[in-house]
Each structure stands twice: as C-alpha cells, then as structure tokens.
Design a protein around this ligand. Structure first.
Ligand SMILES: Nc1ncnc2c1ncn2[C@@H]1O[C@H](COP(=O)(O)OP(=O)(O)OP(=O)(O)O)[C@@H](O)[C@H]1O
Length: 303
C-alpha cells in the first residue's frame, strides 16, 4: 500500500486552479521533496492531505484512508507542523508540547522532544519571546509527537539558520531510521538533496516531474564545483576528501572547503557523505542554476 496516493487531485478557488490534477504515489520509507516556486500549489496539496482544505475533485489515500472520510485516523498517524497561529505567545514550549502529547494520547518525553530540536534551554520561556528559528524548531518538535508513520511538513526549513537546518536533517534521518515516511515542501534545493530520495517539481498548480534527487540535480546542473563552510576543519580534511573516488580536487582555505567533483551528479552524494560522516557543515554553495531556473527549465521541457 502506498503511503500517499493522489489521483487527479484538483482544487479550484473561483477562477484560480490552485492544484491541477495532481497524480502522485509515495511509498513507505521514502523521503520526498516537494519543490516549486511561490504559488505553485504545494501548500494547497499538503493542506488537502491533512484535510485542512477540501479538494474540488480527484481521489486521495493517506496511509490507506481518505482524509475527508477519516480525518481522525489520518491525524493520529501523521505529524505536521502547526500553523503559525497555533502557537500561543503566552504558553511555553513545554506547555505547547504537553498539550500536543495529550491531544495525541501519546506518551512522549517533553524534555527529549525539546532536546531533539535543540531548544531544551528555552523550555520554560514564553513562545512570544522566542526567535523565529526557535519557534520553527518547536513546530518541528510538535510534528514528532506520537511517533507518526508519516511526516507531512510544509516549508519545515523556513526561518532555520544553517545550524537549524542541520538539526532538521538529523531529526529526519532518525525518523526515517525508525521507519517513518517523510514528505516536505521547500524552495531550497541544496537542503532538499541532503534529505530526499525523490523530488517532485510543482509549477502553476501542476506536477511537472518526479525524479530521483541525484538524477534531477544531474539534469539541471552542469558545474561539478562545491563550496562548503566547515566548523573546525581537521588538518587532513582536504586529503581525506580528495581520497573519495567522486572527488577530483579538494582544498581547504580558512574554514572553507572547495571541492571539484568528478561530475555534477556526484555533488549531492558527496555532501551527503560528508554530512553523514559527522563533518559540521555550516553552509554550502553549489554553483549551477538556481532552483528558480531549474523550475523554469522543467516547465519549458514540459511544453
Ligand atoms: N484560500 C485561497 N483562496 C484563493 N486562492 C488561493 C487560496 N489558497 C491558495 N490560493 C492560490 O492557489 C495558488 C497556489 O497556492 P499555494 O499556497 O498552494 O502555493 P505554494 O506552492 O504553497 O506557494 P508558497 O511557496 O508561496 O507557499 C496560488 O495562486 C494562491 O494564490
């Protein structure tokens, strides 16, 4: 049974077609990145998956349930980010998570949840006084309550700095290791390729393509160079990295690792390898077309 199965899913608002015939399957254990520029229809699709918005036509199954017919069954099994308005400024993160745990009839340890997203020190401060990134981390912790089978996350990286993005990747890695399926929307290709197996590109309400993430990068990208900001690089870093068969050259210069990969397609695998081997990547730049250009190319190829 697929975890998400949408067929010809369409949403109209008067004359606007926010979602135009979305057909998509996501299998158990996958991590799927839902990409697209502003207004592409990503939030509309996710909100329909969560039964926050009703579809105009088409069919949908989330974990075997139609969210319109069985919203509670879906909600019990799915972790999502609460709306910004769902965080009460006078509550503390601890209050908020205690409430979420009670609502889900779950038994998560609040301190452990706060620790996983790195805001344990802010557990008893008021949410109104937290930074945007800290609030986003709290929203992510909320999505984890009850060990959901599926994480459906709309722009989870929004407002996160490089350290926050790293926390997010770590959380996703652990959730997948536990067997969860992950589906999230983003504009940030460089982050998406660290986390996803597959991407779908939305434009103008339509799903233009779905592809393996490395294939997608290869098709969109012609430059094999990468630049990474590294926290406390070891002395032999350049040597270690250039020993990889995917790398032809590596130099380190004042905390910055410059890499030339054997081919553009190797870039995402190399970054993933470095991240998983424990290297503290503070930031990364990959030359090549912007995601916006990639969307436009995909849209043109579609015509
Ligand atoms: N409640 C609504 N009423 C009217 N139009 C809407 C409504 N919600 C969304 N739309 C329209 O549907 C289209 C798709 O919007 P949606 O929010 O799904 O895009 P998105 O890909 O999530 O964009 P973003 O990255 O900016 O969040 C847009 O043209 C938007 O203006």
């Amino acid at each position: 049974m697929p975890i998400i199965e949408a067929r010809s899913l369409t949403k109209r608002y008067g004359d606007i077609t926010a979602l135009d015939g979305l057909t998509l399957r996501v299998e158990r254990g996958e991590s799927f990145g839902f990409l697209g520029p502003n207004g592409a229809g990503k939030s509309t699709a996710i909100n329909i998956f969560l039964d926050l918005v009703r579809r105009s036509s088409g069919s949908l199954s989330i974990l075997g349930y139609d969210p319109e017919e069985n919203p509670l069954e879906v909600r019990k099994r799915v972790g999502s980010l609460p709306e910004a308005g769902g965080l009460y400024p006078r509550d503390t993160p601890r209050d908020h998570l205690q409430f979420a745990v009670r609502m889900n009839e779950a038994d998560d340890d609040i301190d452990e949840l706060l620790g996983r997203v790195g805001i344990e020190d802010a557990a008893d401060r008021t949410i109104g006084g937290l930074s945007k990134g800290m609030r986003q981390r709290l929203r992510l912790a909320t999505a984890l309550v009850g060990q959901p089978e599926l994480l459906l996350l709309d722009e989870p990286l929004s407002g996160l700095d490089p350290a926050g993005a790293r926390v997010f990747r770590e959380v996703i890695r652990k959730e997948r290791a536990r067997g969860a399926t992950v589906f999230f929307s983003s504009h940030i290709m460089d982050q998406v390729e660290l986390i996803c197996d597959r991407v779908g590109v939305m434009h103008g309400g339509r799903l233009l393509l779905t592809d393996d993430v490395h294939e997608f990068r290869r098709e969109m990208d012609a430059d094999p160079q990468l630049t990474l900001a590294v926290e406390s690089p070891s002395e032999d870093l350049a040597e270690r990295v250039s020993a990889s068969e995917r790398v032809t050259e590596a130099t380190v210069d004042d905390g910055t690792l410059h890499l030339t990969c054997r081919s553009p397609a190797d870039k995402s695998a190399v970054v993933r390898w470095l991240d998983e081997s424990g290297m503290a990547i503070a930031d990364l730049h990959s030359r090549g077309p912007s995601l916006e250009q990639a969307f436009l190319r995909a849209a043109e190829a579609e015509r």
